[in-house]
Design a protein around this ligand. Structure first.
Ligand code: ADP
Ligand code: MG
Length: 525
């Protein structure tokens, strides 16, 4: 009896794998499915707009299709660069098909999100996805209804037509029908959009639910961050397989050329120094590196410390001003402090940490700082306990910064990188890579110091105001008595005594001080 009679072996298509394991990608139940669908579509929309310097306008409509079966339709429309007609089927119908497998900061990374939406819809309601898209300057709008041939991991075109693009529209609109719990997902979706607006205040959103309940988030600035450029791998970030693939593309190049042209942070001089260090002749063709030498070559690349730091041009941080505007608009605090740190790197991957500290105003006092986490401008909502940001913020001794809990304190941390070290495939928490941890700490400390200065200044002002109030009371009495005794004009006496007090207290403009304190406290109520 052959072993095949007892054990049966088979292979699984990527589409089938994710159909079976959809919870890995966030589609674990009808509530999460609605949230995750909107999130995947919105993130694609933001990538298709901001990465190309288009101010994003995003519409999200949710409707009941069949309430007895919990069927809802979700419609998401953007004004992005659109998708070329012949790419639409693969983009929505082939798991692991993407335009974002590049060294460049994006929200999307896996080439999976749109397909998960189709798979989930298909698995729960057996209905196709409807896609309409017009690339920039296109005369036509492409329309498809698509499903996925799951065993083959290929798109099935259910219907297809082109429409005239009368009004010169560009962008993408998608409609799916899926089993989902909107009433439970609603708050989470709205929170997700609110947080997205915090780091993208240049975007506008409209969410309309099935009961015609509308949430509108306006655009609060037209300033946008510089889009990222496309980059090259850094020598510290490669592995053997990657080098092998690169060599296959240019087997005849000399080692010197190969290094200088295909990597970030390597010029000719550095390449020469490295080759000397590693013990390889500069003019040897790369194709001549034997298979067992490759491992050593990569080890040497990692060991060598003479590379330049990875460039950060592949990144697109939000920037201190835009971040401050977003946080101010969404959290409505008394004050906001922001910082964008200088680029840094871990294992050859560049990253930048940004932080905002919001204090007072509409922020509810709580026993520890409220944390808002972002990775490549995507809000992270679940799994806060495993995140390096929570760890760093909790380790800080806030009393050093004059904060006494309960306090109205919110900390926003954004990490952007060509490679975010997520704890798991769910992309919800960032691992504690030492380099990142220390940058997060520096960033949070920097804004915390600004808060300390602010609180100190306010304490001093309060003190002055108290003194001024007390002195003024005496001034009133003194002016009264003096005018009684000397018969001098009481108004004149009063104003010269007041001038004297201001001079002694070194208060130039008491009105400003009073107003400042009034503003701050009235916004808080
Ligand atoms: P990922 O976003 O990780 O690349 P997706 O499956 O979500 O994977 O999307 C696949 C590809 O489809 C994207 O890389 C992008 O090229 C294209 N795409 C998806 N949605 C849009 C959209 N709204 N506008 C333009 N292109 C889109
Ligand atoms: Mg995506």
């Amino acid at each position: 009896m052959g072993s095949s009679d007892i054990v049966k072996f088979e292979s699984l298509s990527p589409a089938e794998f994710f159909r079976r394991n959809r919870e890995i990608a966030g589609f674990s139940n009808p509530t999460r499915a609605v949230y995750q669908t909107i999130r995947e579509l919105v993130e694609n929309s933001l990538d298709a707009t901001e990465t190309f310097k288009i101010l994003p306008s995003i519409k999200i409509f949710v409707d009941y299709v069949d309430q007895s079966r919990n069927w809802v339709s979700i419609y998401v429309e953007d004004n992005g660069i659109g998708i070329p007609g012949d790419e639409i089927p693969n983009v929505f119908g082939r798991v692991f098909y993407s335009s974002k497998y590049r060294i460049k900061q994006h929200r999307g990374i896996f080439g999976l999100g749109a397909k998960m939406v189709v798979l989930y819809a298909q698995s729960t309601t057996n209905t196709p996805i409807l896609v309409r898209s017009a690339p920039l300057k296109s005369d036509v709008i492409y329309e498809y209804q698509l499903m996925i041939d799951i065993a083959r991991n290929e798109p099935i075109i259910v219907s297809q037509r082109t429409l005239e693009n009368k009004y010169g529209w560009h962008g993408t609109a998608i409609r799916v029908v899926l089993e989902g719990d909107w009433s439970k997902a609603k708050r989470r979706v709205e929170e997700y959009i609110r947080r997205t607006a915090m780091v993208a205040p240049y975007a506008e959103f409209i969410i309309r639910g099935p009961d015609n309940d509308v949430m509108r988030i306006p655009r609060v600035t037209i300033k946008m961050p510089e889009p990222p450029k496309e980059g090259l791998p850094h020598p510290k970030s490669v592995d053997v397989e990657m080098i092998k693939q690169m060599i296959q593309k240019n087997p005849d190049m000399s080692l010197l050329e190969f290094l200088a042209e295909n990597f970030d942070g390597v010029g000719e001089t550095i390449a020469r120094t490295f080759l000397e260090f590693a013990g390889y002749p500069p003019d040897m063709p790369v194709g001549k590196l034997a298979n067992d030498e490759l491992v050593n070559f990569v080890v040497k690349m990692r060991e060598f410390n003479g590379w330049r730091r990875p460039r950060a041009d592949w990144l697109s941080p939000i920037g201190e001003d835009i971040l401050a505007e977003g946080v101010k608009f969404v959290l409505k605090p008394e004050v906001v402090f922001t910082v964008t740190r200088k680029p840094s790197s871990y294992m050859g991957n560049p990253f930048i940490v940004e932080a905002a500290l919001a204090w007072g105003g509409s922020i509810e006092p709580s026993d520890k700082p409220i944390i808002y986490r972002f990775a490549n401008k995507v809000p992270l909502i679940y799994d806060e306990g495993n995140d390096v940001i929570r760890k760093v913020v909790d380790e800080i001794d806030w009393s050093q910064y004059k904060v006494k809990f309960p306090a109205p304190l919110a900390i926003v941390v954004h990490i952007c990188s060509t490679k975010i070290p997520y704890v798991s495939a769910g992309k919800e928490a960032i691992a504690d890579v030492p380099e990142i941890e220390s940058e997060v700490r520096n960033a949070v400390r920097e804004v915390a110091r600004k808060l300390r200065l602010y609180i100190t200044r306010k304490e001093k002002e309060q003190e002055l105001l108290m003194k001024y109030a007390i002195f003024s009371m005496y001034a009133e009495e003194v002016a009264g008595s003096l005018s009684y005794v000397t018969k001098a004009d009481i108004e004149e006496l009063r104003s010269s005594i007041n001038a004297l007090i201001k001079e002694k207290l070194k208060i130039e403009r008491i009105e400003d001080l009073i107003n400042n304190n009034k503003d701050a406290s009235s916004e808080g109520s």
